[in-house]
Ligand binder design. Structure first.
Ligand code: NAD
Length: 259
């Protein structure tokens, strides 16, 4: 059962905040049908991510990586934003509350839902790059090569190895995007953390940064997270169920305070 007091407390924090930053992980997209690292029967229970989504493994056995990634990207391209994504878009567009989304996801569902400032700190599955000549490709063009039977897509200019623009284990995060994310967390007076186990670094240092500067924190995650004890509000429920309720309560509080 959803704890109504926590819903009200989260809505109050949103009402009182002027600069809200949201930090999301794979859990926000499970209700869109994209498995997180933990879902039983999901992609990651069949492909060990540290083996199949690892940069040095990609260079040695790109065909293994592409077998896994083809399946993942088919799921990602078929997925639609869920109520958690669309609620965050409404908190930006309709209520000017959410300033930035920092996401670990590569599924571009926040952009498709309508949020405009989205920092994709682990990259995006929408594009791919040639590792030799740096030519950028739309992922949908690479998908055609895979569908034609190529098991390792190659650059049409230099025959180099093509890699989706997603950060693999063992790769650096894009420096500029990570720096922007740190700046946004520093500017925030409220950080809402949704659907992340907070175990992947350096992404997981962002919530700790917020803690050290006294920024208010809301955690929405079905399982406990390492930051729960220090957060102002913790809700262990599905994001797509709980976020619309928080929005409704926030609108109620906002309307009440303006009359
Ligand atoms: P994670 O898989 O480690 O943790 C996800 C968390 O979300 C879990 O604690 C789980 O309990 C929770 N969760 C699951 N469904 C939920 C829901 N409906 N509502 C609220 N919480 C829910 O994810 P992570 O911390 O993001 O780290 C995984 C890494 O894998 C990230 O780097 C991410 O980029 C990548 N990844 C991305 C996608 C994607 O783009 N959708 C999918 C799988 C993995």
């Amino acid at each position: 059962m959803i704890n109504e007091e926590s819903i009200t407390a989260a809505a109050q924090l949103i009402h009182l905040s002027k600069y809200i930053v949201v930090f999301t992980g794979a859990g926000i997209s499970t209700e869109s049908g994209i498995a997180d690292f933990r879902s039983p029967g999901g992609l990651w229970s069949r492909y060990n991510p540290s083996e199949y989504a690892n940069y040095s493994a990609f260079l040695k056995h790109p065909e293994k990586f592409w077998k896994m990634h083809k399946e993942l990207s088919e799921t990602v391209f078929a997925a639609e934003p869920n109520l958690a994504h669309t609620t965050l878009a409404s908190l930006e567009k309709d209520y000017k509350k959410v300033k930035t989304i920092i996401t670990q996801n590569i599924d571009f569902l926040h952009l498709r839902a309508g949020n405009t400032k989205v920092l994709e700190i682990h990259g995006s599955g929408q594009t791919a790059n040639c590792l030799s000549c740096q030519t950028e490709f739309q992922y949908t063009d690479i998908q055609k090569l895979l569908d034609e039977g190529q098991d390792v897509p190659r650059c049409n200019k230099c025959d180099g190895l093509i890699k989706p623009n997603v950060v693999l284990f063992g790769e650096q995060l894009p420096f500029e995007v990570l720096q922007q994310a740190r700046d946004e967390v520093s500017a925030a007076d409220l950080l809402i953390i949704i659907g992340s186990s907070l175990t992947i670094y350096p992404a997981a240092t962002l919530p700790s940064m917020a803690l050290s500067t006294g920024t208010k924190i809301i955690v929405i995650n079905v399982e406990p997270t390492p930051i729960d004890n220090d957060a102002d509000v913790v809700i262990h429920e599905k994001a797509g169920v709980v976020l619309p309720k928080i929005l409704e309560r926030f609108v109620h509080i906002q309307n009440g305070s303006s009359t």
